[in-house]
Design a protein around this ligand. Structure first.
Ligand code: NI
Length: 182
């Protein structure tokens, strides 16, 4: 396993439309495992391949309640995900993103979705999801299309969040720089 770094916005890879993969082979399986590890380490519930610098249509998530030992962990690994249905009814969730550290905003999306995807065994799967899982699926799928949750909110709020994230990114990069120069 190799350790993956999560990319912080702004970065062109986060605005790139990811390419479909031809099949879930052992290297994609390894990528999925590495992405899950990076996601759990960062205490996230979802991660898309763009966020670790790869423009491939691969995403992982785990929305299980950590406190519930029977249900958790419950990782989902998906390649080439495609929405096949979305509900008319919307719901609103306070979303965050590992690429926009510390930032949250209310985002309105369809409340339920149906999705088809290839799982970690290269088997075609179909799921219907509601609640947090529906939100997470749509958020990660957005990443694969170069879209961030801030694109769904007002420009004023988006600009405010992006200013804060730029500062965080600059601080982290200068810390890394200092570390290397020691
Ligand atoms: Ni995200």
């Amino acid at each position: 396993m190799s350790k993956l770094d999560i990319i912080i916005a702004p970065d062109p890879i986060l605005r790139t439309t990811a390419e479909p993969i031809s099949e879930v082979n052992s290297s994609i399986q390894a990528l999925m495992e590495d992405m899950l590890k990076a996601m759990y380490d960062a205490q996230g519930i979802g991660l898309a391949a763009n966020q670790v610098g790869l423009a491939k249509r691969v995403m992982v998530m785990d929305v299980a309640d950590e406190a519930d030992e029977k249900e958790s962990p419950n990782p989902l690994m998906m390649a080439n995900p495609e929405l096949i249905w979305t509900s008319e009814e919307d719901s609103s969730y306070e979303e965050g993103c590992l690429s926009l550290p510390g930032q949250i905003a209310e985002v309105v999306r369809p409340a339920e979705v149906k999705l088809k995807y290839l799982d970690q065994n290269n088997t075609l799967q179909e799921i219907q999801a509601g609640g947090l899982l529906a939100t997470c699926i749509q958020h990660e799928l957005d990443h694969l299309n170069g879209i961030l949750f801030v694109d769904h909110i007002s420009r004023l709020k988006r600009d405010m969040i992006m200013r804060k994230v730029k500062k965080i990114k600059a601080t982290r990069e200068s810390e890394k720089g200092n570390f290397k120069s020691l």
